[in-house]
Design a protein around this ligand. Sequence first.
Ligand SMILES: Cc1ncc(COP(=O)(O)O)c(C=O)c1O
Length: 404
Amino acid sequence: MNDKNRYRNTESMITHGNPSFQAAKEAGLMDLSVRGTGRGTLALPDGREFINTCSCSYLGLDSHPEVLDGAIQILQREKTMNLAISRLRVRLSAMDELEAELSRLWRAKTVVTTTASAASAGLLPLIASGHLLPDGKRPVLVFDKAAHFSMNLIKPICADETEVLTSPHNDLDFLEDVCRKHARVAYVADGFYSMGGAAVVKELLALQDRYGLFLYFDDSHSLSLYGTAGEGFVRTLIGGDLGPRTLIIGSLGKGFGTAGGAVMLGPGHHTDLVGRFAGPLGWSQSLTVPAIGASLASARIHGTPELAERQQALRANIRYFDERIPTRTRGEDFPIKVIEVGPEAEAVERSRRMLERGFYTSAVFFPIVPKGRAGLRIMLRANLAQADLQRLCDALRDVAAPVA
Ligand SMILES: Cc1ncc(COP(=O)(O)O)c(C=O)c1O
């Protein structure tokens, strides 16, 4: 019996995905080497300028003067880029300050990591082995079919520890059925999905109440965008402590505006175990020194009314877009918009024409989305000026009209 490719099929991914990447490259949509103009546009070597409408820095904090200054100040003070030793042994006190501040803001013990992907790579095997579950016993591990690649990548490692299943997207009946059959179940999902839509968090919490379901959420796309302190979509729906059966991770390189990742641990989780045994989280690179300084500044902004102002500016831009351009997530208060056009070549051609109109939109195709459901992906931001947004919508109406 062939026991290969049960959780990953690289050959199929490359065979079916690479022609579209190649077509996008030939259309001048990949490997763009740019410089910032300081006017909110990016410039290509030939002088053409465009607006990046695929930035995940949804609140524009990446270019906030205080965030930039935070990176500069800490470098001048510490005079190093990186201590280059496991954080478990020696770390800058500034990292402890950052974690203390994020823990206060987000009401959960928060540990920072080099990336969200590194957090998943380190944590998911510890969940599969049962070490992050309250009774230390291994669960059946269910990945939502639409879970991000950074989590799916770890499936084979998890499958070496326990039984791994894949559920249809947001399928509560499937999950409840697994819960009825097994004493311990853990579910892995995105909070906000990178192609649109959200986890059914309230219903999942109800399953947790009923069956003790363990929940692992990657809420990278809603961190900073949701909640009075930017704690994210999932955290806002959990009152009080996170509890011993929920773990949330996210990227600091998106709405938060800096770099790195963050893990929100419930009170019952073993912080020491995570530090020592979560693979890349304990190796010699941790959050770089400028990223720590920038993140401290971003955390400070998260504690001021400016966060709500930026969140509101983003929501106003989402509403403006939704009134003009129909998408599957219209009206959902979600900054990622996918305009489905169907065939891969159509997506590439429309993205090429959008670039001619001065906007970079990502052509998305398999393996990013299912085969035959290619489209254009657009991310809205708080710092997109109204006039630019209007031009973006006009161009989309001319170039990328969605398939009816
Ligand atoms: C849901 C999700 N998780 C994780 C990542 C990766 O985050 P990081 O670059 O911090 O690893 C992304 C996007 O790149 C994402 O969409």
